[in-house]
Design a protein around this ligand. Structure first.
Ligand code: XIL
Length: 361
């Protein structure tokens, strides 16, 4: 197997086809390759996209053993009004996952973004516990046994908010203080004792960024504190939004951080992996190769830690990436952050991820 999935392997396959070989080379899906080393490979999806694009649905079926709703389990979608839940899109994601036997990673029960306007108005120290328990109990309870894991608290650390504990000044922190975090985990655990509960954040990936090195320290303290007080937390979520125009500084610092997280007794999930090539120079091919190298360098380090049990990319194909609108390139071309291009052809990034899973050189 080693080497069979490399770029050279693809080129060789292409050449052999050109020379008249009568069978096209087939590849296992990334999900299958990940499974062989005990890891789930997933992607974030919008249910409407899957329902309108049959080829994309087939691609997800072939590649993914996990799925995450990119937006449909956020408060602004689930909770249009204080007394109303709208589960339509979330149910659809769960049904799609079930139809292809993929594990659902729920995202996100508590976040400072994507909240309906009414939440800030209604949330006070007096009402907050009830609102939190109603939401988490209702959502996690509905999907008990169907959602394997949850981002329970998303992005709770922000050093610029200048608190000694490093916590973000969010509407939940303002209403309940730091206890909102263990409370969210306990509530989720009561609603589905079998669900794996995750605390996720960004800005933990790069060794050459001092604020990220500092954030790792803050995160370790937060996680260790939660474990010490007996909170039902099972994993750290490393978002993994990487940049295509900077060195792949994923070395001893990241490795040591992941080891420290594992020592606390937590698993590690990569929850939102992509490589933003908004500022990556070069031809399409050069950009794709640069993006692939970053995927590979990151995953080689991350997969070296046995506590890593899931890798989820934030989308699967460049045809459907929310980054296209959010990160316009100066040359007017679209960003290409994902393993498949807009025509669902495997990119160098796909081969980089495949080779990272198989350990091929
Ligand atoms: C993003 C989605 O990809 C967009 O479609 C949406 O408009 C905004 O949110 N960190 C997170 C994700 O935890 O939920 C965010 O997703 C990207 C950053």
């Amino acid at each position: 197997m080693a080497g069979a999935l490399t770029r050279r392997g693809l080129i060789a396959a292409g050449l052999s086809t050109a020379a008249g070989a009568c069978h096209a080379q087939t590849y296992p899906g990334l999900g299958e390759l990940a499974r062989r080393r005990g890891v789930i490979f997933g992607a974030a999806i919008e249910p409407a996209t899957v329902d309108k694009d049959y080829d994309f649905a087939a691609l997800l079926r072939r590649e993914c053993t996990g799925l995450t709703p990119e937006n449909h389990m956020k408060w602004n979608v689930l909770r249009p009004a204080p007394r109303r839940f709208d589960f339509g899109g979330a149910d659809r994601v769960v049904a799609i996952a079930r139809s292809q036997n993929a594990a659902v990673h729920g995202h996100a029960l508590i976040w400072h973004e994507a909240n309906p306007d009414w939440l800030a108005r209604e949330l006070t120290p007096r009402t907050a516990v009830e609102i939190l328990e109603e939401h988490i109990g209702g959502v996690v309870g509905r999907y008990a046994g169907k959602v394997r894991s949850w981002d329970v608290v998303n992005e709770p650390v922000e050093r610029n908010d200048r608190r000694p504990d490093g916590l973000r000044q969010s509407l939940w922190l303002n209403a309940l203080g730091p206890d909102y975090i263990p409370l969210a985990f306990e509530t989720a655990h009561r609603a589905d004792p079998s669900a794996r509960l995750v605390l996720s954040d960004y800005g933990l990936e790069y060794d050459d960024e001092s604020w990220m090195r500092e954030k790792r320290g803050t995160m370790l303290e937060l996680l260790a504190g939660l474990k010490r007080q007996g909170a039902p937390i099972h994993a750290l979520g490393l978002q993994g939004h990487l940049l295509g125009d900077r060195p792949a500084a994923f070395g001893a610092g990241l490795r040591g951080f992941l080891r420290d997280v594992a020592r606390i007794g937590l698993e590690i999930y990569v929850t939102e992996l992509d490589v933003n090539d908004q500022k990556t120079p070069g031809t399409l091919r050069q950009r794709d190769e640069a993006v692939a190298r970053i995927y590979r360098a990151f995953l080689d380090t991350v997969l070296g830690e046995p506590a890593v049990k899931m890798v989820t990319t934030w989308g699967l194909s460049d045809r459907y990436t929310s980054k296209i609108d959010m990160f316009p390139r100066p040359d007017g071309q679209a960003v290409r952050p994902l393993p498949f291009d807009e025509a669902f052809t495997r990119k160098p990034a796909w081969f980089a991820i495949a080779d990272a899973f198989t350990g091929a050189r």
